[in-house]
Design a protein around this ligand. Structure first.
Ligand code: ZN
Length: 70
């Protein structure tokens, strides 16, 4: 069983990995961290399909990062 620190670290790793990934559904959207039904999730910015969800309240405060498209 993972302790809290390990699970939080894993969550961050997963988030970091997924954020650089591409959506598998529409195959064109970029994945980003967003709030989804009160949870933190990785959501496609095009089709808005959630790829992963996290219930860790420590991630409840996700700041809007400036995304420079181009
Ligand atoms: Zn998509």
């Amino acid at each position: 069983m993972l302790d809290r620190q390990s699970s939080r670290r894993m969550t961050q790793l997963v988030l970091a990995n997924l954020e650089e990934d591409r959506c598998h559904y529409c195959n064109g959207g970029a994945l980003e961290v967003a709030a989804y039904k009160g949870n933190i999730a990785i959501v496609c910015d095009m089709c808005e399909t959630p790829m992963a969800q996290f219930w860790d309240r420590t991630h409840a405060a996700v700041e809007d990062t400036d995304t420079n498209s181009g």
